[in-house]
Design a protein around this ligand. Structure first.
Ligand code: ATP
Ligand code: MG
Length: 268
């Protein structure tokens, strides 16, 4: 691995380095000079009101959008990675994936193995084993042969995550991965991601709207508003009544909890 500028041979670059990230869509400034580093093995969650630019920033980090500034994955500029190389480095669950409706759950999760299958080649036994492992991990084995368009929203959301995990990338970008899940599956999925983070050394950059849950799982949080980072740090420093009142325009109470701050909206 090539060391980044200024880093010693013994120090690996952060899993994700974002500097001055700026995205314009149809002339509108959507992401404005965002800086963000995510260390290897770290979990960082981006929060912020609707329209803050979270999904756009995440898509840029994944190399799915043109941007200005720098995005490096394990020290390498994302735009320099070829498609297969990029897919082995970073797996993304976007907020509203477009799915081929008639495809089976099994075949969809198998698409996650594309970067390992030679063009015009067939999937190997290892690819099939990876698919089965992720289906089991996400309680999806009974759904393997169902068509995607027959699943509930929460079942489909677990399929998207299974596909991303099957990709075997060390960086996971998750855009509201639990928004459609019931409270049980929400906890189960986040616990699974957290466990895999330890077991497989994954790095997680996520967005989430449930602030208490977001704070529970993140090592650090980034609050975005109007395309900019307006607060960053450990959950207790970001999830403050003052920050949330200012940027969400809501009165909240923040109660210290065992696993991080609990955020409750209160009536004015
Ligand atoms: N092609 C476009 N032209 C102009 N504005 C756009 C375009 N695409 C997206 N936007 C705007 O960019 C802003 C940021 O969108 P983005 O999806 O990144 O927000 P978000 O923080 O993920 O919000 P949410 O919490 O609702 O998912 C929104 O106001 C959206 O309307
Ligand atoms: Mg979004």
């Amino acid at each position: 691995m090539t060391a980044g500028p200024g880093s010693g041979a013994a120090t690996d670059p952060p899993a994700i380095t974002v500097g001055g990230l700026t995205v314009r869509l149809d002339g509108a400034l959507i992401v404005d000079r965002v800086h963000l580093d995510v260390a290897e093995g770290e979990w960082v969650t981006v929060i912020g009101p609707n329209g803050a630019g979270k999904s756009t920033a995440l898509r840029a980090v994944a190399g799915l959008l043109p941007f200005r500034g720098t995005v490096r994955l394990h020290g390498r500029p994302v735009e320099a990675l070829h498609r297969r190389e990029r897919a082995r480095a970073v797996a993304v669950v976007v907020q509203n994936p477009v799915v081929p409706p008639a495809m089976s759950v099994y075949d969809y999760v198998l698409l996650g193995r594309t970067p390992y299958i030679a063009p015009l080649g067939r999937e190997s036994a290892a690819d099939l084993a990876a698919v089965e492992e992720e289906l089991a991990a996400l309680d999806l084995t009974p759904f393997a042969h169902r068509r995607l368009d027959t699943l509930s929203g929460g079942e489909r959301q677990r399929v998207f995550l299974a596909r991303a995990l099957a990709q075997g990338a060390r960086i996971l970008l998750l855009d509201e991965p639990t928004s459609a899940l019931d409270i049980g599956h929400q906890q189960e999925v986040l616990e699974l991601v957290d466990r895999l983070r330890a077991e497989r050394g994954l790095t997680v950059l996520a967005t989430m709207h449930d602030l208490s849950t977001a704070g529970e799982y993140a090592d650090r949080m980034v609050l975005m508003a109007g395309g900019r980072v307006v607060a960053a740090g450990v959950p207790a420093d970001v999830l403050t009544e003052a920050n949330l009142a200012e940027h969400y325009r809501v009165r909240v109470r923040v109660i210290p909890g065992d696993r991080g701050p609990l955020v409750v909206a209160v009536r004015a």
